[in-house]
Design a protein around this ligand. Structure first.
Ligand code: ZN
Length: 420
């Protein structure tokens, strides 16, 4: 028995069926968007969800022009209003079109070889997967991501509210459901209408392993460095060419490599991560994300990057450096601390599902980071997916069912109205 409860086992077929349907819709978001949502596929999924929310008899089902889906599962008169959120889009960091999910029933603990791209899920390199013997594991076909981030969250919320709607005797507050576009490009909260949503707090279902309850995220800054060189036909370049691509390479080389990188840090350590370089002799752009849980340390990382770039470029007086610093989101902890009930109720729900509460800081951000700062305290709950943003992404059906069941327990916890 790998299900955490009979409730989870009851919900599992619906969660899986929805999940397999949602992941097939190409909802990959695109950076540098010109509209919201950044890609039309997100609207396809949004419309599908609108239909399914109506089929489940939810009220006020609405898709706005920006791709936000809102709906209400009403509680008794005077009930508190609690939000459930997941994002429609998938990461632009791995192929996201043509996802064909595969269910590997009753996983036996061995390597899972996927049919395409030579992709292998090796339990020796994936200790979390190694712990899922007996589970039904869903993967992609190997040449795309799976999209459990965050269609697992979408499927779990949909299955839970459909179940509550079909079982009106079960206790619940008023639940507001929200599905948001463009989370993976950091824009999920930017056009989110908190007043119209109308909840006093919310939960994103956008985490990973069972029991996870996250009320702390990175604080995040993106820096774009643009180096302007002097380009000229290489035949006439002697003494005149200033190669921006070489200057960008020098900047990268001057940054710390054995520390302060994503690949050398863990836990509460922050990093400087140049993730995209576009360079020609005349112009080079270096895009870098900087992360830390501590805002003061984050400012120091920004200073280190900009100082390093300025020093490298200053050595070549004919070159010019442009620096753009953009704050992306801040650690949600300080906003959630003021509303301890939101965490207490989640802990109660997780324990009611027979799971241990796992409190880990998120080495990333969620829609909840910005929403919490905007006045809607929004911690994050687990979904049962792993290896996000890669072709090795996978999810456990049993763990997704646990997440859906935890939502039903969460409804029960909030129905009582008062904290423990
Ligand atoms: Zn996500």
């Amino acid at each position: 028995m790998t299900y955490t409860s009979p409730l989870a086992e009851t919900l599992a077929p619906d969660v899986l069926e929805r999940f397999e349907r949602y992941v097939r819709v190409d909802t990959q978001s695109q950076r540098d968007r010109e509209s919201c949502p950044s890609t039309p596929g997100q609207l396809d999924l949004a419309r599908m969800l609108v239909g399914e929310l109506k089929d489940a008899d939810l009220e006020d089902v609405d898709l706005d022009d920006n791709g936000y889906v809102f709906a209400t599962l009403p509680g008794p008169t005077g009930a508190r209003v609690i939000g459930l959120l997941a994002h429609l889009d998938v990461s632009p960091d791995a192929p996201g079109a043509g996802v064909e999910p595969i269910v590997h029933h009753a996983y036996d603990g061995s390597s899972i070889e996927l049919p395409r791209g030579g992709t292998v899920l090796d339990p020796l390199e994936m200790p979390v997967l190694a712990g899922k013997v007996g589970h039904d594991i869903v993967t992609s076909s190997g040449d795309t991501l799976l999209g459990a981030d965050d269609k697992a969250g979408v499927a779990e919320i949909m299955a839970a509210v459909a179940y509550l709607s079909a079982n009106p005797e079960l206790p619940r507050p008023t639940l507001r459901v929200g599905f948001t576009p463009d989370e993976e490009i950091g824009e999920g909260a930017s056009l989110f209408d908190i007043d119209r949503f109308g909840a006093e707090c919310a939960y994103t279902l956008d985490g990973s392993q069972p029991g996870e309850l996250q009320d702390e995220t990175f604080s995040a800054v993106e820096v774009q460095l643009t180096v302007h060189g002097v380009d000229i036909h290489p035949g006439w370049a002697n003494g005149r060419l200033v190669n921006a691509a070489r200057l960008a390479a020098r900047i990268l080389d001057a940054l710390p490599a054995d520390t302060l990188t994503p690949e050398t840090t863990s836990g509460r350590e922050g990093f400087i991560h140049p993730y995209e370089v576009q360079a020609s002799a005349s112009r080079a752009e270096v895009r870098t994300i900087l992360r830390d849980f501590d805002d003061e340390l984050l400012d120091r990382h920004v200073a280190l990057l900009t100082r390093t770039a300025a020093e490298v470029v200053a050595a070549e007086p004919r070159a010019r450096l442009q620096v753009e610093v953009r704050r992306q989101y801040t650690n949600m902890l300080r906003h959630i601390e003021t509303f301890p009930e939101v965490v207490e109720m989640a802990e109660r729900a997780i324990r009611a599902e027979g799971l241990e509460v796992v409190r880990t800081p998120i080495r990333g951000g969620t829609d909840g980071s910005l929403l919490s700062a905007m006045g809607l305290p929004t911690p994050n709950l687990f979904t049962g997916g792993s290896e996000y943003h890669s072709v090795r992404e996978w999810a456990s059906v049993q763990d997704m069912a646990s997440a859906a069941a935890t939502i039903v327990r969460l409804a029960e916890a909030w129905a009582d109205g008062t904290p423990a």
